[in-house]
Design a binder for this molecule. Structure first.
Ligand code: B1M
Length: 214
């Protein structure tokens, strides 16, 4: 079995130790981190998503797969960071999953790729209420605010968050980018976000484009 297939299987089984070990072995064998992500880790989460949606997996099992995914991402992080752009001040991104939403795997991946892409990330975590976003924007004065949501119900919280931040008068020089599985480009436009991205690499490219650093 190819290492990436074994990695996929270990994610599905929620076996964090094996995921970390196989990811490290794949790196040592010279596989690029992006390929380990795309061919090893992500297909595992795709299978988990389908099984979870079809009620063939319990939440407790999905939590194990999330832990396994995080273990794999932790192994890849230094390799991705090694590709980090050097020189010049790094634009700050304040990032978080909106209130009511506990999903963080995709948001963490976005954070990792932003750091690898030369951004400084202030990650507020999950279930972030408006007042924490407001305080973080006031304190860190980011170039970009990134919001993530994985539930159709919490997508609405993105609008509430952006509206609240604008009303607080802290968004004058801050670009906004939103993403997460149910979030579409149309939805992003209707809530007045400056950008939308379907995945982590596009999130980096979108923020760079918005800041005209490329
Ligand atoms: Co949840 N969950 N979950 N869950 N979960 C989904 C999202 C779901 C689609 C599963 C399903 O039914 N098929 C479904 C949502 C249905 C809907 O809203 N229409 C669902 C549900 C219903 C729920 C609960 C309500 C279940 C329940 O309690 N009955 C509950 C809600 C909890 C809450 O948040 N309040 C719940 C709980 C959980 C766990 C805690 C068990 C766990 C999360 C653990 C964790 O994150 N630490 C979990 C998981 C793991 C999933 C699935 C299986 C996988 C999500 C994931 O990590 N994908 C998911 C099914 C699925 O998505 N297929 C599901 C991998 C990740 C790399 O992709 O997050 O999409 P993703 O991120 C991508 C892009 O979306 C994008 O880039 C990332 C990387 O490429 N992106 C951005 C993300 N954020 C971005 C921000 C950007 C730009 C791009 O700019 C700032």
């Amino acid at each position: 079995m190819l290492k990436t297939e074994a990695l996929t299987q270990a994610v599905i089984e929620g076996d964090a130790d094996t995921v970390a070990k196989l990811a490290a072995e794949a790196l040592a064998a010279g596989l690029p981190p992006a390929e380990i992500l795309d061919r090893g880790l992500m297909p595992g989460m795709d299978v988990v998503g389908k099984r979870f949606g079809a009620k063939q997996m319990f939440i407790s099992e999905v939590l194990l797969t999330a832990r396994a995914m995080h273990a794999g991402l932790a192994v890849l992080k230094p390799a991705l960071a090694a590709q980090e752009a050097t020189g010049g001040p790094r634009p700050v991104v304040v990032l978080g999953t909106v209130r009511g939403d506990l999903h963080d795997i995709g948001k963490n991946l976005v954070a990792m790729m932003l750091e690898a892409g030369g951004f400084q990330v202030v990650d507020l975590g999950t279930n972030v209420p408006l007042d924490r976003f407001t305080e973080a924007v006031r304190t860190h004065r980011p170039a970009v605010l990134g919001l993530s949501a994985l539930l159709t119900t919490t997508m609405r919280e993105m609008k509430r968050t952006l509206d609240g931040l604008r009303q607080a008068g802290v968004m004058d020089h801050v670009k906004t980018v939103v993403g997460g599985a149910p979030v579409t480009e149309d939805f992003a436009r209707t809530i007045g976000a400056d950008g939308w991205a379907p995945d982590a690499p596009t999130a980096v490219a979108t923020m760079k484009r918005l800041l005209q650093t490329v």
